[in-house]
Ligand binder design. Structure first.
Ligand code: F0G
Length: 349
């Protein structure tokens, strides 16, 4: 048998990406993530599949876009890269910059970035700057700073990021042999929903899939500018990754929803945490922002607003945000290291 190793999204989908022979491929062999069946759809009459993006090299979907953005930055002989982030973009930028041997600056909100994400940046040698502001202001700042400092901006306002992220839509079509009926996705800065929609359309135009999905974007109730139709000044939610009040790809998200006949909805923090728990009870551990897509689908399912087959995008790993679990569950107190004590604890004795 021919040896077969997943090559990363650039080599797997090169014809759909802006690469030439002169572009170095900076990769950690991202993508190739599993599409898993979930039991949670059954009670509401849905076939629920989840695209588990947590198995990417830095534990989130950001790696798909970062491999393209950092490869293009290396091709352009950039001095370094910079981004603002609620955490996952930062972790991914730090890893791919390290891979390319480029300096990396991360501008993050001083409060609310999950510890697991910050330590990834530190470990990979990035310069981390915490600012006394929320994400939206941090993004404004890096958009101004990048050209002044001669650094390449790798937020999703960089089109190469979105080009890479659309490969997740390709993988879903390849796994199913067609596009799903419905695609549900958490929405923060709105780059990912924009990228997925572009991906589904491009794949159909290339004759690689025959249909298009209905796009369902899910926001957290305290950070739901797209649902409310206006920016939110002080976004609040337990899902820190999507604590965003002024999405940069606002128009892209609205276009995806309108063109696909889809919808946007908001879910409460309680619904998000309940969905996170339910997913974990079938072995799928995600961070709160990711669970928003499932919370939204279950809510629509209960209201009989959805049927058939739904793919939910699970954007990031639960290990990145241990505090959110720890806040709700005490770690067990140690017991004597004896068989008796263990039997007693398990009520087997
Ligand atoms: N889920 C997770 C885990 C995220 O980290 C993000 C965005 C999203 C969903 C929303 O994706 O912004 O394309 O709509 N995180 C960005 C960051 C903002 O800085 O890591 P989006």
């Amino acid at each position: 048998m021919q040896p077969r190793m997943w090559r990363g999204v650039v080599e797997e989908y090169r014809e759909f990406l802006p690469f030439t022979d002169a572009t170095p491929v900076i990769t950690l062999r991202e993508g190739g993530t599993p599409l898993l069946e979930s039991r949670l759809g059954t009670p509401v009459g849905l076939r629920l599949l989840v695209k588990y993006e947590a198995t990417n090299p830095t534990g989130s979907f950001k790696d798909r876009g970062m491999t393209v953005a950092v490869s293009k930055a290396a091709e352009a002989r950039a001095r370094g890269i910079i981004c603002a982030s609620t955490g996952n973009t930062a972790a991914s930028a730090a890893a791919y910059a390290a891979r390319a041997g480029l300096p990396c600056a991360l501008i993050v909100p001083a409060s609310g970035v999950a510890l697991g994400k910050l330590v990834q940046g530190i470990a990979c040698g990035a310069t981390i700057i915490a600012v006394q502001a929320a994400f939206d202001r941090a993004l404004d700042l890096v958009r101004e700073a990048a050209p002044l400092l001669g650094l390449t901006l790798v937020n999703s306002v960089n089109p190469h990021r979105l080009a890479g992220q659309k490969t997740a839509a390709f993988e879903i079509c390849d796994a199913l042999g067609r596009a799903p009926q419905t695609l549900a996705i958490p929405v923060g800065n709105a780059g990912n929903i924009t990228a997925y929609w572009a991906g589904f359309k491009e794949y159909r135009a290339a004759g690689r899939s025959k249909s298009l999905p209905r796009m369902v974007g899910v926001q957290a109730e305290g950070a739901a500018p797209l649902v409310q139709g206006h920016p939110v000044d002080e976004p609040r939610t337990v899902a820190s990754a999507i604590r965003i009040g002024r999405p940069a790809s606002w128009d892209g998200a609205m276009t995806a929803v309108r063109e696909s006949g889809g919808t946007l909805l908001a879910v409460t923090d309680e619904e998000i945490l309940a969905a996170q728990d339910q997913l974990a009870r079938e072995g799928i551990f995600v961070e709160p922002a990711s669970a928003a897509s499932v919370a939204g689908v279950l809510k629509m399912g209960r209201a009989r607003q959805l049927d058939g087959e739904v793919v939910c995008v699970l954007t990031g790993h639960g290990l990145k945000d241990p505090e959110v679990i720890q806040a709700r569950a005490n770690l067990p107190a140690p017991i004597p290291a004896t068989l008796e004590a263990i039997s007693e604890r398990l009520s087997l004795g």
